[in-house]
Write a new protein. Structure first.
Length: 133
């Protein structure tokens, strides 16, 4: 039976991938450079965790964490970029500080990405903690 933490992380990653494709392909929101980089980190997580669940491979965590942690920091950087004037916005292509959606006054696409990477990372770190006890 696959670990629940892997199922949670895979589900979050899959929803994130489907959401990013929905925003860019159906809603026609043009992704900025930072959004593309976050996709580069998120998309393989779906494949890696999916294969680990199918093959019942428990030792995938360090590989997925090597994608989710940098993805988290990229998303955090973009959230800071969108919400403060501390950092200079991107000048190449689509601006990374643009906001397409703003739910409840603070939930933007980069915030959704940040939450996704955070939940994936915490799920896998918790998985390691449970296994070592």
């Amino acid at each position: 039976m696959p670990k629940i933490s892997h199922l949670i992380a895979w589900t979050i990653a899959l929803i994130s991938v489907i959401g990013s494709l929905y925003f860019s392909e159906i809603k026609q929101f043009e992704p900025c450079n930072l959004c593309w980089y976050q996709r580069i980190f998120m998309y393989p997580i779906v494949i890696l965790l999916g294969l680990s669940i199918i093959k019942k491979e428990p030792n995938i965590d360090k590989y997925v964490l090597s994608l989710s942690i940098p993805g988290f920091f990229l998303a955090l950087y973009q959230v800071i970029l969108q919400n403060t004037s501390i950092l200079e916005p991107c000048k190449i292509g689509k601006s990374c500080s643009d906001t397409y959606i703003n739910l409840f006054g603070f939930i933007s696409i980069p915030m959704l990405s940040l939450i996704s990477f955070f939940v994936i990372t915490i799920s896998l770190l918790n998985s390691n903690k449970v296994r070592s006890q």
